[in-house]
Design a protein around this ligand. Structure first.
Ligand SMILES: Nc1ncnc2c1ncn2[C@@H]1O[C@H](COP(=O)(O)OP(=O)(O)OP(=O)(O)O)[C@@H](O)[C@H]1O
Ligand SMILES: [Mg+2]
Length: 253
């Protein structure tokens, strides 16, 4: 089944001066349930814009997004908030943790908002924090833990509602390569347990953990490659070559 269908999605930002930026230009792609996909593309190619449309944070100029077969453009405001909270998980570059809450409360926040009882929350919290290796950090505050640990906490918060689709915008962007690997391995593990993941990244190394890489250029999918049976190192090479070819195509214009 298709988990995510992006159909003819266009986003045009209009500025007061009358000038326009076409950030997405009729982009089309599908993610099947259980896929782990990395989105790559140069700065300004529309990656964050795409995530904002898929995550219902902003409205497209044209086109549709279907998640689990539902057209998210047709939700009413109150449906949208609960859909976003229950069916989607977000992980950002800057973690977005609340500094006045400890780690545990940060993770539980989406459940608190959904009105869960304390007992029910505790049952969900422990196995998840153990799986992510953060069970000893639950009483600490975000400023007391490392960037890589903060990101694992942010992943726990994104996963606590058991969302169908997990979205990341440069989730390893603020991390050194060792911590980035741990985060990407964490996504790999989550994906193996059945969750669909779509992660934007500039890092070839981070992208090599995914099963498919979509390259965005001029507001469209320009190319896509599958990992297949390749090792991470082999896939990194293919990703780099594809990036190189895409740049070469620019010079030929
Ligand atoms: N709110 C906005 N108003 C006007 N223009 C915008 C807005 N957000 C993005 N843009 C423009 O749309 C284009 C795509 O931006 P977007 O942030 O999606 O790129 P990106 O691929 O995420 O880049 P990066 O890799 O640097 O994060 C850019 O030209 C950007 O300047
Ligand atoms: Mg961006």
């Amino acid at each position: 089944m298709a988990m995510l269908e992006v159909k003819n999605l266009t986003k045009i930002y209009s500025k007061g001066t009358g000038s326009q930026t076409v950030a997405l230009n009729g982009i089309n792609f599908t993610l099947e349930e259980g896929e782990f996909v990395a989105i790559m593309g140069e700065s300004g190619s529309g990656k964050t814009t795409l995530l904002n449309m898929v995550s219902t944070l902003d409205n497209p100029t044209e086109g549709e997004v279907y998640i689990g077969g539902k057209n998210i453009g047709q939700f009413k405001n109150n449906e949208l908030a609960s859909f976003r909270r229950n069916e989607l998980g977000f992980v950002f570059q800057d973690f977005n943790l609340l500094d006045t809450f400890n780690t545990k409360d940060n993770i539980l926040l989406p459940l608190v908002l959904s009105g869960y009882s304390y007992d029910k929350m505790k049952k969900k919290l422990m196995p998840l924090s153990e799986a992510l290796g953060i069970e000893t950090l639950l009483n600490k505050f975000p400023y007391e833990i490392s960037g890589g640990q903060k990101q694992r906490v942010a992943i726990a918060r994104a996963m606590i509602t058991n969302p169908k689709l997990i979205l990341g915008d440069e989730p390893t962007g603020a991390l050194d390569s060792g911590s980035a690997d741990i985060i990407m391995k964490t996504f790999e593990k989550i994906n193996t347990s059945g969750q669909t993941i779509m992660v934007v990244t500039h890092s070839v190394r981070a992208a090599s953990f995914a099963n498919r890489v979509l390259f965005i250029k001029d507001g469209k999918v320009y190319n896509e490659i599958y990992k297949g049976e390749k090792s991470n190192n082999e896939f990194m090479e293919t990703i780099s070559k594809t990036q190189f070819m895409m740049r070469g195509a620019d010079y030929e214009k």
